[in-house]
Design a protein around this ligand. Sequence first.
Ligand SMILES: NC(=O)C1=CN([C@@H]2O[C@H](COP(=O)(O)OP(=O)(O)OC[C@H]3O[C@@H](n4cnc5c(N)ncnc54)[C@H](OP(=O)(O)O)[C@@H]3O)[C@@H](O)[C@H]2O)[C@@H](O)CC1
Ligand SMILES: Nc1ncnc2c1ncn2[C@@H]1O[C@H](COP(=O)(O)OP(=O)(O)O)[C@@H](O)[C@H]1O
Length: 501
Amino acid sequence: MDQLVSSAAMATIDSDAQLQYKIPGLSLMETAGFKIWASLAAEIHKEQHLVFLCGGGNNGGDALVVARLAFDQGYVNQVCILIGNHISPSCAVQREIIQAYGLPSIMLGDEISPQVTRALLDAGVVFDGIAGTGLKGPLQGISKTLVALANKSKALRVAIDIPSGLGDMISPDEIHFLADRTCTLGLSKAAFYHPLSRNDCGQIEILNPSFPARLLENVQAEGKLIDPKEVKMHALSSAAFKNSRGHVAIIGGSKSYTGAVRLSARAAFSSRAGLVTLFCDQEVFQLAATESPSVMVKTLSENDDFSPFNALLVGPGWGKGRESLLEKLFLTKKPMVLDADGIKAYANLLKDKKRPPHGPLLLTPHLGELRELAFSVFGDQALSLGKQDTPEAFFSMTRKLSRELDAILIMKSSLVHIAGAADQLIVMEGLNPSLGVAGSGDILSGIIAALLGNGIELAQTAVIGSAIHQNAGRLAHEELGYYDSETLLGFIGKAVGEMEQ
Ligand SMILES: NC(=O)C1=CN([C@@H]2O[C@H](COP(=O)(O)OP(=O)(O)OC[C@H]3O[C@@H](n4cnc5c(N)ncnc54)[C@H](OP(=O)(O)O)[C@@H]3O)[C@@H](O)[C@H]2O)[C@@H](O)CC1
Ligand SMILES: Nc1ncnc2c1ncn2[C@@H]1O[C@H](COP(=O)(O)OP(=O)(O)O)[C@@H](O)[C@H]1O
């Protein structure tokens, strides 16, 4: 599990390391540069042209250390592009060193020179050391122009610490360095994990330039990154049988959307539910009853009794106009997963200022549904959620929404963000486009419902359920590449089996 921190928190660790622990800034910088170069050298050929973009702060100083170490090892096709009016003391030392070495460098003013354009076009690797934790606001001036040009280069793009232009208080819509690799220092940064940022950081490697472990451990983190491969769950007792494995009721399915509930039901069985009953519209009944012999299928009515069930999944393929029924379902106080049209119905209730009391509640919105939900609670300020908002706003608004609704939110994009299961936001790196296929979300909600039916606690359910979905997607991708949701179903039980202990 990695902690995700703000740039401000990381900058405090940097200064505490120097002030409290007396580690010289230059020594931290040397170690940072050494570790960055050590992590990359084997992948770079001596014939490649290396371009180092170096700001005037310590991030630029780090880049200059990497340039010098590379030069010493025979990577002589290189140029350092120097920008910035204010040069930090440690960066000034590094600039003197590369001058003494005679490393090729170009000092840029306000405009890009043809020499720089040429260097970037010919580059095999571009190192971005323009700005890291010290960035204030969106990129301006020559830094912005340089990043735009570097982003057009076909080179391998390596960001030192943070891709320049990304920051906690900066929307990922603003221009930033598009990295293939990010060598981040100390701890990973929360700003990488906005739904629109992560892809632009490439492969992230965390390197510690000898910050004291105590400082890193005691940091106030914004979020934590959990690797789905490391998530485990208790195995079922070998004496478990259908009635002890939980009975899930799925309420959804309508004339226009007949497939969703069937996927959810099958996913629930593969995630250890013992019994599944489907409550659907008359139009879906015949289809569902014929196609899914293991599922008990009933026609949904106003007077259904949900008391025998251990968990309810409400919403897949449900269609519109279900608000009053949803209110009644809340009154059962049963552990409930709300997905898709169920979330939209809930948002409508909230817009009408209705806050029905409910039992343990877990919602699985994709980003569009999340915005709708947040809009119904917070109004206009939520309209940019997950789009043009800043990482800081995304993290804090989603935590606030979860508190406000007294529910756990599993927010689905190419990443998974879970709010409400811990003090910090939990993030899982999905980054598996094969999972982005119609019906994949219905499978997730079926998995979650089964775990709730098994009696697993709500917060744990969110983490374990998301991990089962991601692990199944990974297993399916390793075996098949791309697939449809019916095929994904076949990997759910395997993922569960690998996670059981
Ligand atoms: N102790 C150490 O030595 C260690 C430090 N470490 C490293 O130091 C980094 C932090 O260094 P830092 O605090 O010096 O700030 P930094 O990220 O270089 O940014 C300042 C530069 O950005 C520029 N700039 C700012 N805003 C801008 C904008 N909107 N648009 C354009 N430009 C803008 C600003 O320009 P100025 O405003 O001064 O003209 C200045 O040039 C950290 O990320 C890590 O890499 C680690 O290696 C550990 C050891
Ligand atoms: N690139 C990706 N990497 C990992 N997971 C992804 C990716 N794209 C989509 N997903 C996952 O696929 C699921 C899609 O759900 P959803 O949008 O509700 O689809 P549907 O409504 O078709 O079921 C979510 O769980 C989401 O996290």
